[in-house]
Design a protein around this ligand. Structure first.
Ligand code: SF4
Ligand code: SF4
Length: 330
């Protein structure tokens, strides 16, 4: 059987950073003991240190055809779960005398700790939201690094899964994944990560993060299906790009780069030359192809209502965004 590949395209111009995708995933898959610190899907503010902290510098992936074992992120870098003094505030008659605060040691880092900080100087400061999850890579470094062969890639949809009856918790997959999207469940000593909502895919239902997105920022489908929106955005229009292609794992999550407004001059007039997000920063994330992507989007926007690309990005028909995975989950 020929391997088919599901893919996501996430439009960073439409993601509002609401974390609905994050919560939808959490409620479905990571609400058991040992999974408290897991956020298989997380939305980071960019530029920022991300989840885990400074993950972009930890290494992994492939270099010159060789597998790279990067650094293992610590639980502290992921940001451990903590609780708040809900009882004290809500039920102990303290009225306005106490405020919410974490119980125990004050946390120093969390999953999206630097939310909405961004970069740049007012009035030209900026940030954008970037959902991050396992890319179900075509060349998964995690799979190659697993000494027990617990990680496999399914033929029917390309989902990269971990068989936790075989996993021994060696954490080598975590070292090799350059996106640092694998967590260790210490209760069970197994590695766990996004499963592409495969039980939903088998019923032609889109993953929860895709279907629940109120921003309609996520397209989903088979990458090789010429009728799918993901195929059109990645291969036909070439406007959706993988994050850090230099990691060489051939990710299957793609992003429409942010356009954001132009900068303002000191007198408040618009500077037509400089984009709000420095092009060099976007190139560092998505490679040189980002220039072509941004130019294509700008050209098509000028066509004012007569552009297939704009129709795709506007997504007037919600179900079309994830066909053939458009069945209702209930
Ligand atoms: S649910 Fe959609 S809009 Fe909200 S953070 Fe996730 S991708 Fe962005
Ligand atoms: S993103 Fe990481 S965990 Fe997911 S398939 Fe790629 S290498 Fe493996």
């Amino acid at each position: 059987m020929e391997t088919k590949q599901v893919a996501q395209v996430i439009d960073l111009n439409k993601c509002i950073g609401c974390q609905t995708c994050t919560v939808a995933c959490k409620q479905l898959w990571t609400d058991e003991k040992g999974m408290e610190h897991m956020w298989w899907n997380i939305v980071n503010s960019m530029p920022g240190k991300g989840t885990p902290k400074d993950w972009e510098t930890m290494g992994g992936g492939w270099k010159d055809g060789n597998l790279v074992y990067g650094r293992l992120p610590s639980k502290k870098e992921f940001g451990e779960a903590w609780n708040f003094n809900f009882n004290e505030v809500h039920y102990e008659g303290n009225k306005d005398k106490v405020q919410f605060k974490p119980i125990g040691d004050r946390p120093e880092w969390g999953p999206n700790w630097d939310e909405e900080q961004g970069a740049g100087q007012f009035p030209n400061s900026y940030y954008f939201n970037m959902p991050r999850l396992c890319n179900h890579c075509s060349k998964p470094a995690c799979l190659a690094a697993c000494p027990t062969k617990a990680i496999y890639k399914r033929e029917q949809d390309g989902a990269v899964l971990i068989d936790d009856s075989i996993c021994k918790g060696t954490k080598t997959c975590q070292m090799a994944c350059p996106y640092k999207r694998i967590y260790l469940n210490e209760e069970r000593n197994v590695s766990q990560k996004c499963i592409a909502c495969f039980p939903r895919l088998e019923k032609s239902v889109a993953p929860a993060c895709v279907r629940q997105c109120p921003g309609r920022a996520r397209h989903f489908g088979f990458l090789e299906d010429e009728n799918s929106q993901v195929h059109k955005l990645v291969h036909k229009w070439k406007v959706a790009l993988p994050l850090h292609p230099e990691f060489n794992t051939q990710p299957n999550v793609f992003y429409i780069p942010p356009i954001l407004p132009k900068t303002l001059n000191a007198d408040g007039t618009i500077n037509e030359e400089n984009p709000r997000v420095p092009l060099s920063y976007l190139i560092s994330l998505f490679g040189n192809e980002v220039e072509y992507s941004l130019k294509t989007i700008a050209t098509e926007r000028e066509k004012k209502g007569n552009s297939e690309l704009m129709d795709l990005l506007i997504s007037r028909k919600w179900h079309d965004m994830f066909k053939p995975f458009h069945q209702s989950p209930v």
